[in-house]
Design a binder for this molecule. Structure first.
Ligand SMILES: CC(=O)[C@@H](O)[C@H](O)COP(=O)(O)O
Ligand SMILES: NCC(=O)COP(=O)(O)O
Length: 247
């Protein structure tokens, strides 16, 4: 098991696009946000091309593919449409996520254990284009073991329950669940990332967990950027997670 304290920040720019789509304007441009994020220390850029296109559009992904200097982490549902698009884009990283049209945001992790054959086929197909495939799952031993069995090199643990916890006991329980999930993933030989719902007041405890490779953070960064600018928001988050990882 690695106990490295190096931790990467993946900046999710979906909600820059949410603001643009609210009015159907050309601004704010998520591509500009991505370039600013890279200048401010982002280690990668995450985008989720939802089936309903509520925020990120194909145009964004195509432009990002050309201009990013770091790497793209392309989040997608396991559908034929998305598989074909990913094959065209060939992103460095692909994260398979569960998706329903009605949800406000991604609720829970992908049920890998319940559909191993389908996920295995998707992982094999996407690995053939040279992408590193990760699975967005709950910090649950059953799902982590299934992720290893289907051949994914990486997982991203869904931190939404931790972020939504309200009492100190709930927070501690959810944090312990993430810690156990990280250790389980590392023991299975997987690269372990984490994300969802992380913000400036809850990120440090997660960043302090040894062995996490990358945190993917979006909504809180875009919200904070309204007040300090996108570069400032990314730089502040990066400093917070690096300090927490070193402590
Ligand atoms: C999979 C994931 O956690 C992120 O992509 C997050 O979903 C941001 O986008 P939404 O707010 O549309 O869910
Ligand atoms: N996969 C999680 C992610 O990319 C960012 O989620 P959020 O910070 O927007 O909740």
């Amino acid at each position: 098991m690695t106990t490295s304290n190096r931790i990467l920040l993946g900046v999710n720019i979906d909600h820059v696009a949410t603001l643009r789509q609210a009015r159907g304007t050309r601004y704010p441009d998520p591509v500009k946000a991505a370039l600013d994020a890279e200048e401010a220390g982002a280690d990668g850029i995450t985008v989720h091309l939802r089936e309903d296109r509520r925020h990120i559009q194909e145009r964004d992904v195509l432009l990002l593919k050309d201009v990013l200097q770091t790497r793209m982490n392309f989040e997608m549902g396991v559908t034929e449409e998305m598989m074909a698009f990913a094959e065209r884009i060939r992103p460095a990283h692909i994260c398979l996520v569960p998706e329903t049209r009605q949800e406000l945001t991604t609720e829970g992790g992908l049920d890998v254990a319940g559909q191993e054959a389908r996920i295995k086929a998707a992982v094999e197909r996407l690995s053939r284009i040279g992408s590193e495939v990760s699975l967005f799952i709950d910090a649950d031993e059953r799902q982590i073991e299934a992720s290893r069995r289907v051949g994914a090199p990486a997982i991203e643990l869904h931190t939404g329950r931790y972020a939504d916890a309200t009492t100190p006991t709930e927070v501690a329980d959810e944090l312990q669940r993430i810690l156990d999930g990280v250790n389980c993933g590392l023991n299975e030989g997987l690269i372990v990332n984490a994300g969802h719902g992380l913000h400036y007041h809850n990120v440090e405890a997660v960043a302090a967990i040894k062995g996490i490779n990358e945190l993917n953070i979006g909504h809180a960064l875009v919200a904070h950027a309204l007040f300090v600018g996108f570069k400032g928001a990314v730089a502040e988050m990066k400093a917070l997670i690096l300090a927490a990882a070193k402590a």
